[in-house]
Design a protein around this ligand. Structure first.
Ligand SMILES: Cc1ncc(COP(=O)(O)O)c(C=O)c1O
Length: 352
């Protein structure tokens, strides 16, 4: 007899991208940033460590709340900080979706959302993206049992990097009976974002991570923006000290270094343009991406062999197979040198 909850026993569990510890591998598989974070971040970590680690950290990470509130023109009470945005996605699911209730997500998208529903003992349903990566009104259609409690919508989406316009996000939220989580993990690379919509529509909750655009995946920090009365509820759900002193100091320093962010963003966007053009020239289909990665598919050609060939040459990309959708390679933007090497190797594996 198993002691484990039946919902957990039947689920397969989220499998994260490969994280090899061999420093020689070029990692273009989990959308990390190839550049070193702002020096202000390292200075802040050193200072926080000097102050000592014997005390518990600020439970609400006030320093980051203030920095984010200032940056986005909202009140600090509308910011909730988390141990990476995955922590926030867990808090959101636990706050809004009860056991047996319904959570909705588009497809294909970030795989973790479905695992969160499973852990919660909730049901989940998907609304497929159209071939051009737009979404039908099915995303806000009323649920049969009237128990739709939360919708996750990454914008830009993963694995496609495509975006839904802000106006469409607002339209979706206004038509939903429940909160809409706009997961903006990649929004710093995009042309627009939805944080200013939070004040206009209480159903919109925007989630951000420091893992991608701030080069801090190893640190674990994310924050969300929601109306203060909803943040007050989510505070009841989170672990007491979900962010540590070093990461709080680092995240606050990162958020206040706008020059570093602008410079990094520009570098990634320029390299992504070259990656997109060259991979398209090799015959792959690549939708316009507003993230720090591209999604490459090749009609009628399975791409597993390409992934394996790249891996054998020391370049790791993410090979994804989505049932009823097909497979593809999600390639993160690396340094110019890493990206050029990846393009060169792709050119050595003609698929025609
Ligand atoms: C859409 C999306 N949301 C959230 C995350 C998780 O980010 P974090 O590192 O902050 O947990 C990822 C990471 O790949 C992602 O792709």
């Amino acid at each position: 007899m198993s002691y484990v909850r039946s919902e957990i026993a039947v689920m397969s569990g989220y499998v994260s991208g490969e994280q090899p510890r061999d420093g020689h591998i070029v990692k273009l598989n989990t959308n990390e940033n190839p550049y070193r974070a702002s020096e202000k971040v390292y200075a802040a970590i050193r200072q926080a460590a000097e102050r000592g680690l014997s005390r518990y950290p600020d439970p609400v990470a006030g320093e980051v709340r203030n920095a984010a509130a200032k940056k986005f023109g909202v009140v600090p009470e509308s910011i909730l900080c988390g141990n990476g945005s995955d922590d926030l996605l867990t808090i959101l699911t636990r706050t809004f979706v009860g056991s047996g209730e319904l959570l909705r997500l588009p497809y294909p998208t970030y795989i973790l959302y479905r695992s969160l529903a499973e852990i919660q003992g909730a049901r989940s349903e998907t609304v497929p993206f159209r071939a051009d990566w737009t979404l039908s009104d099915g995303i806000f259609r009323a649920a049969e049992r009237n128990d739709l409690r939360l919708v996750f919508l990454p914008n830009p989406n993963s694995p496609s990097g495509t975006v839904l316009p802000k106006q469409r996000i607002l339209e979706i939220a206004e038509n939903l009976p429940c909160p809409l989580v706009v997961d903006e993990a990649y929004a710093d690379f995009a042309e627009e974002h939805c944080i200013d919509l939070v004040e206009r529509c209480e159903k919109i909750i925007v989630c951000r991570t420091m893992s991608k655009s701030y080069s801090l995946a190893g640190l674990r920090f994310g924050f969300l923006v929601a109306q203060p009365h909803l943040v007050a509820e989510m505070l009841k759900v989170k672990d007491s000290y979900n962010c540590d002193s070093l990461s709080i100091a680092a995240a606050a320093a990162a958020l206040s270094d706008d020059d570093w962010l602008a410079d990094n963003r520009q570098k990634i966007i320029v390299t992504k343009k070259r990656l997109t053009d060259k991979v398209r020239a090799l015959g792959y289909t690549v939708p316009d991406s507003q993230a720090n990665f591209i999604w490459a598919t090749y009609p009628e050609r399975p791409l597993k062999a390409v992934y394996e060939f790249l891996k054998s040459q020391g370049i790791l990309v993410r090979y994804m197979v989505y049932p009823n959708w097909g497979d593809g390679l999600r390639i993160s933007v690396g340094t110019d040198e890493q990206t050029d090497r990846c393009i060169e190797l792709l050119g050595q594996m003609p698929l025609q």
